[in-house]
Write a protein that binds this ligand. Sequence first.
Ligand code: HSE
Length: 397
Amino acid sequence: MIGVAVMGCGVVGCGVVQMLIKNKEEVRRAAGRDVAPLYMLDIRDIAAPEGVKLTRDVNDILADSAVNVVVETIGGVGAAYDFTKRALESGRHVVTSNKELVAARGDELIKLAAGRGVSYLYEASVGGGIPVLHPITRCLRANRLTGVDGIVNGSTNYLLTQMRDQGVSFPAALGEAKRLGYVEADPAADVEGWDARRKLAILANACFGSRFDDDAKIPTAGISGVTEADMEAAAAFGGAVKLITHARLSDSGDSWTGWVHPAFVPAAHPLYGVNDVFNAIIAHGNFVGDVMFYGRGAGREPTASAVVGDIVEIARGVSPAAVPPAGEAPAFSAADAPIRRLARAASDARESLERLGCPVRPCGDGLAFLAPALTRAEFSAACQELNGLSEPLYVLE
Ligand code: HSE
C-alpha cells in the first residue's frame, strides 16, 4: 500500500484527496497497489473524509511509517520548503503543484531527493492537468529541444478572453472574475506575470536542462497594462492578445533567452484558439518538430489529476528521482534580442510608419502598426520620432 499525506488542503490539496477516494479503483489498477490518503495537514479548520486523519503538525506525518508519499500543495516558499525538505530527508517521495517553490529551489530539492533515492515530482506545476513535463523529459528527450512557447496562466487567459469577447476593460474583467471566484483574492502573481515566469523557468529546465537559479531575471510584463485599444489593434491585424511565455536555446546551446509578455497572436498561430482557463505549450525539437500540449491549465480536478498521476508514477517505480541537469547547464541570457512589435500611434504618424515599411491599420481614432524586428533600444529610438506611441505588444511568430 502507498500511504499519502497531503500538506496544504486548499483547492488542489482537497482535489487530490477527493480523486484518491473517487478514483480508488482506477488508481489501484494503475499503481499496481492500493493508494490511500492517510493525512490532511492544514492550519485551517477543514473537514476530512472518513479514515483520513487531520493534523496541524508535520511531525505527525513524518513519524508515521505508513506514509510513503507527501503531497505538498501549501504553496509559496516558506513552510512548503521546510516541510518538503524534511519529508525528503526522511525518505518520503514528494509530489507538488507548487511552481514557486520548484522555480526557486528545484535544483536543491531534486538533488536532495536523488541523494535519498526518492522522487521530487512536479508535473502539476505547469499546465495544471496537461501532461507536459513528463512527455518533454521522456518522450522528447532524444531531441535537441530548441524552443518553447506557451499560454501557461489560466486566470489571465480567462481575463483576456473576457476582455476580447465582452469588450470590457481589464479592471472590469478582473472585478467580475473576482466576484465569480475565478481568480485569487490577491491576483498579483497571475496578472503581473510572475506565475507564468515561474512556469517558464520550469519549462526551460525541462527543455534545455537549465538550472533553477533566479527566474526574476526573465523579463516579464503582465496584463494589467493591456487596454481595450490593444485588443482593437490586435483585432485590426486579425489576431488576439495573449500572455505568452517564450524561450529559445542559443545555437551554441550554452545559453537561453526568454520573456513573458502580452503578445499579438495571429489567427493562423496554433495558440490563437486557446481561450478561457485553457493552457497550451508548444515545444520544438530538432527531429519531432513542433509538439503542442493543450488542456485545462488550472482548477481543482485538472491539477489533482496531474498530482495523482505523479503518485502513480512513484508507485510504479517509473521515476525513482527526477534527473538533475547533466553537464554544463545553459545560462539565462537577458540579451536584448530583436523582436517584432504591434503598437499604436496617432493618425499623423502614417507617413513615417509607411516610410519605415510598417504595415498600418486604422485603430480607434489612431493607427495600429506592425514594427519590424528591433531590439528594445532600436525600438525606443524609432519611437522618438513618433509621438503618442503606446506600450507595444510583442508579436508571436
Ligand atoms: N493561478 C494559476 C493559473 C493556477 O491561473 O494558471 C494554476 O497554476
